[in-house]
Design a protein around this ligand. Structure first.
Ligand SMILES: [Fe+2]
Length: 321
């Protein structure tokens, strides 16, 4: 299906701003892929990853709902390109936490750079593991256990000198009271703490071989139970809300819908209706604000993850353009 566009008389079609930004998010994912999969082949690695972090920051400032839509929505790519997309989506959630905590723009950008590169030593192994049924082989386990320190060393060799960035990568699997790895530190840096929490949340939101992705409220509840994510976990959940953009919801009158944008009413987001009240797919997604005089409020999470693929994301987003 082609990307919807706003027709412009006498010129080539111009995409509506949400769709332009959507394309920018997709380009960001592809650029990140080439950097993370072959970092040593990039002579200008440092300036390129910094440029990607600036782009992500700009896109989030312009429309953070769209960034969250990209991070939360269920898509086959989340499995097939797990290693890269998991880092990108963790960076989106980390950006939200930094903004909520009113970190400086400079520090927020360092956090995004750390999130994008936290698994640089195992990007393709992470995709292999996501696709692989069963547990890890011993060799894979050893690689995973060392990847925070390996990642830090690799980044140093690629020209990264920022201590906070390097520490965050080296410590992003450490946990309080020495329960993390690889160093078993008693405490870790604040930035590593944010990374770990966002990493856990995004991992729970992603599919694995033989397991569908958790729907957003389930992942939110799970993060509260995760012992290593208790401090920033609350920030992640309150910032995203129960029904963040990209999540599937059921309305009180029976329609199944995808959230496009948060509103001040937590049960009344802007949604794209996907089905009629009996659950039959609509011919095209229909925009609606839930919880208004004519549209029921959100009753709870959607029940059918398969509806996420009913329409291409560009078509769902065009419903609100
Ligand atoms: Fe990691």
């Amino acid at each position: 299906m082609t990307t919807p566009a706003i027709p412009q008389a006498g010129s080539s079609p111009v995409l509506a701003p949400p769709l332009q930004r959507w394309q920018a998010w997709q380009a960001l994912g592809h650029d990140l892929e080439s950097l993370l999969l072959q970092p040593r082949a990039q002579p200008d690695f440092l300036s390129r990853i910094q440029a990607l972090a600036r782009t992500l920051d700009r896109l989030m400032v312009e429309d953070d709902n769209l960034g969250v839509f990209e991070a939360i929505r269920i898509s086959p790519d989340k499995l097939a390109r797990y290693g890269v997309l998991h880092s990108l989506h963790t960076a989106v959630v980390a950006w939200l936490v930094a903004s909520r905590k009113e970190w400086s723009v400079e520090r927020r950008r360092v956090l995004v750079q750390a999130a994008l590169t936290m698994n640089i030593a195992v990007t393709s192994l992470q995709t292999t593991l996501a696709l692989q049924p069963g547990g890890m082989q011993p060799g894979q386990q050893a690689q995973m256990r060392q990847h925070p320190l390996e990642g830090m060393r690799l980044l140093q060799s690629l020209g990264v000198g920022d201590e906070e960035w390097l520490d965050a990568v080296a410590q992003h699997h450490e946990q309080p009271k020495g329960k993390g790895y690889p160093m078993g530190l008693e405490t870790c840096s604040e930035m590593a703490d944010v990374l770990r929490t966002c990493d856990v949340f995004c991992a729970k939101m992603s599919p694995r071989a033989g397991r569908v992705a958790l729907l957003s409220p389930t992942a939110a509840a799970a993060i509260f139970r995760h012992r290593s994510a208790n401090y920033f976990g609350a920030t992640v959940v309150t910032t995203l809300g129960l029904y963040p953009p990209g999540s599937l919801v059921a309305l009180g009158s029976g329609e199944q819908a995808m959230v496009l944008r948060r509103t001040p009413n937590p049960h009344g987001p802007l949604v794209a209706m996907l089905t009629d009240p009996s659950g039959q797919p609509l011919p095209a997604p229909q925009p609606a604000v839930a919880g208004t005089a004519r549209v029921a409020k959100v009753r709870g999470p959607g029940q059918d993850a398969g509806l996420a693929g009913l329409f291409p994301p560009e078509v769902v987003l065009a419903a609100s353009a």
